[in-house]
Design a protein around this ligand. Structure first.
Ligand code: ADP
Ligand code: MG
Length: 240
């Protein structure tokens, strides 16, 4: 579904991604962890071209990401993304947030888009919030709306960039539960998160990044119980 081969990226002189090699098969659930500033966000943002890589090759579902705008658009159709800050439109209701892109970008009939939106709001367990504005919802509810909004575009892959790190502790679980349910439904997912309980529950592979490199990757059991690199051990000792 995703392949990154010898991918490098620079911000000016700063070499932010170094020789990234990663392949993700359909239905895999990858958790990415690592210290702040190690390049986690930049790496997953390259997968839907929110950031441009300068060397190497990224292919998503058979489509190579190049300067070709047509390919970028095709890839973005397949890849949904959820951010730390929910990025909902504050002046639109929940339902309008969910139907905006399907109606205006995909040209879906409004009624059909609304039916789909309600289906996904039920999946994230907040159908009763459809007519509220984002500001009237809790952080956890807003993040669930953001997940539902992504799902409305029917993505083949979901990228999550620290989706719970801006939430109050009591709201983290309701968002993780939705993500767990999504994983069980077979969605291909890459999640940047430091929720190690989540990683143990749903990931089939955990990746550790440091200073722009993938230092280590393994299935959760081995990753947590028997980390190989000193840098991984140090990181785990600080967060667990
Ligand atoms: P992480 O998500 O692991 O915390 P990021 O991918 O956000 O790390 O950032 C990796 C490094 O790249 C950091 O040192 C950050 O300051 C730098 N960086 C991120 N975005 C930009 C940018 N647009 N311009 C310049 N430097 C950036
Ligand atoms: Mg980040």
């Amino acid at each position: 579904m995703i392949s990154m081969t010898d991918v490098h990226k620079w911000f000016g002189q700063f070499h932010v991604l170094k020789n990234i090699n990663l392949s993700v098969h359909k239905g895999e659930r990858i958790v990415v962890c690592g210290p702040s500033g190690s390049g986690k966000s930049t790496m997953i943002r390259c997968i839907n071209r929110l950031e441009e890589h300068q060397r190497g090759k990224i292919v998503v579902d058979g489509i190579e990401l190049t300067r070709d705008l047509k390919n970028i658009e095709l890839v973005r159709r397949e890849v949904g993304m959820v951010f730390q800050h929910f990025n909902l439109f504050p002046h639109l209701t929940v339902l309008e947030n969910l139907t905006l892109a399907p109606v205006w970008v995909r040209k879906m009939p409004k009624k059909e888009a609304e039916d789909a939106a309600m289906h996904y709001l039920e999946r994230v367990r907040i159908p009763e919030q459809a007519d509220k504005y984002p500001g009237q919802l809790s952080g956890g509810q807003q993040q669930r709306v953001a997940i539902a909004r992504s799902l409305c575009m029917n993505p083949k892959v979901m990228l999550f960039d620290e989706p719970t790190s801006a939430l109050d502790p009591e709201m983290i679980k309701e968002v993780l539960d939705v993500m767990i349910e999504l994983a069980r439904s077979g969605m291909t997912m890459i999640c940047v998160t430091h929720e190690m309980g989540f990683a143990r529950t749903v990931a089939n592979r955990v990746l550790f990044m440091d200073r722009g490199e993938i230092i280590e990757q393994n299935e959760p059991e081995a990753f947590f119980n028997n980390p190989q690199s000193e840098r991984t051990k140090l990181f785990l000792s600080q967060i667990l």
